[in-house]
Ligand binder design. Structure first.
Ligand SMILES: Cc1cc2nc3c(=O)[nH]c(=O)nc-3n(C[C@H](O)[C@H](O)[C@H](O)COP(=O)(O)O)c2cc1C
Length: 378
């Protein structure tokens, strides 16, 4: 039985003149949070998610930025309020991309990425590479804001960053000052350094320091995987809201559960059978988005690999394994759905779905512990 969690003082925030409730954002995840996944989360939340953001869109490669060259730019009307995230290292190219996106696609905000740790991005000086070159980050923000002011002044600019390049060079307070000085209206801080990648835990003390200093809303990001963690982070670290990435792959209902809690309701309990019922919907969204059947099957398996880790039986530690194996070895969609049906009518009937048992959100390295263990000793 899920607990009714006390409502934090803050359950919404403002992005310019728009009230955002609840104060949750689905973190952009390249290769995961495409339009079908975002729609899935929105539907499962009962349309109660704060903001959605696109996967990051590259701007360096094109001689002239073309809107038709990037599938990440596609979004559906029901995804609003929606932001488009761009990355690159050339201020003029970033500004031109922002201008075109704002004028033609009319998202609710444009976001600059200063967080991606991938060598092919950060190593070339964009993404978290910008944290080693703050003057360049400043120039990018300046040029993007100027381009927006000329073409689309009503468009808010937001920034997503990490706390620094490595533990010796944490500079998130400088990043905040630069962002505020250049007209950024919301800052999302992922509490890891670039060197950490996705390892270790996010440093929420740094996120809290930024939130305490900031004049703009600060969204905290890193390891939020339950209603309780969301509550703790908002209440105890002073952030305006939380951004949730990998936790949503394990539990795409999380946004709805948080909204339930904020509305004073007991978060909706999901059964193992409910959890399996999500796959046909996701498949439908993938096909509506133009995916091939085999492409969609790949994404069904990606979701199954994460989501089914929350399946459990009271007396067995590794009960999730056979469910995952059954789904992950299907060779085609029809086989996947036949197996899903058999699980739904058989094994899954005796199982519970409890994603809060997962602590390490990284795919291959997950260990299963009870909620709370990861914060022991804090
Ligand atoms: C597969 C994957 C792809 C990601 N792609 C992006 C991206 O395109 N833009 C971005 O700002 N962050 C990206 N991130 C980082 C997440 O948005 C988020 O900051 C990070 O996963 C930490 O949050 P979490 O602990 O809730 O997962 C990605 C993360 C993962 C795991």
């Amino acid at each position: 039985m899920l607990k009714v969690v006390k409502k934090p003082k803050r359950t919404s925030f403002r992005l310019r003149d728009r009230e955002i409730f609840p104060n949750t954002i689905l973190s952009p995840m390249d290769g995961v949070t495409d339009a079908p996944f975002r729609r899935l989360c929105r539907v499962l939340s009962g349309n109660r998610m704060g903001l959605l953001v696109s996967e990051f869109v590259p701007t360096d490669g094109d001689a002239v930025f073309r809107l038709d060259g990037h599938k990440q730019l596609k979004f559906f009307p029901e995804e609003r309020p929606f932001g488009i995230q761009i990355f690159g290292r050339f201020p003029d190219k970033m500004a031109e991309a922002a201008r075109k996106i704002a004028l033609e696609l009319h998202p609710e905000f444009i976001e600059v990425n200063a967080g991606c740790p991938a060598p092919k991005v950060a190593g070339k000086g964009s993404g978290s590479g910008l944290l080693r070159d703050l003057p360049r980050l400043q120039e990018i923000l300046h040029e993007v804001r100027t381009a927006l002011d000329r073409s689309c002044p009503e468009m808010p600019l937001t920034l997503k960053c990490r706390i620094g390049w490595d533990s010796e060079s944490i500079n998130v307070m400088e990043t905040l000052k630069i962002a505020e000085g250049e007209g950024v209206e919301l800052l999302t801080v992922h509490g890891r350094t670039r060197l950490q990648g996705y390892n270790g835990l996010a440093d929420w003390d740094w996120i809290g320091k930024v939130a305490a200093e900031a004049k703009i809303p600060v969204i905290g990001n890193g390891d939020v995987n339950s209603v309780e963690t969301a509550f703790d982070r908002i209440e105890n670290y002073g952030v305006s809201g939380v951004s949730i990435g990998r936790g949503a792959m394990h539990n795409p209902w999380l946004f709805g559960q948080i909204a339930d809690a904020w509305e004073g309701l007991a978060p909706k309990e999901i059964s193992a059978v409910d959890a399996l019922d999500v796959f046909p919907l996701y498949y439908k969204f993938k096909l509506e988005d133009g995916s091939t059947e085999l492409g969609a099957l790949g994404r069904l398996k990606q979701l199954a690999a994460r989501l089914c880790k929350g399946f459990c039986l009271d007396d067995a530690d590794d009960a999730a394994m056979p469910v995952r194996q059954t789904l992950l070895t299907a060779q085609e969609p029809a086989e996947f759905f036949d197996r899903l049906h058999a699980l739904r009518e058989g094994l899954a009937r005796d199982m519970r779905y409890d994603p809060s048992r997962l602590v390490n959100l990284n795919g291959a390295k997950e260990t299963e512990l009870r909620f709370g263990d990861q914060f022991a000793g804090r």
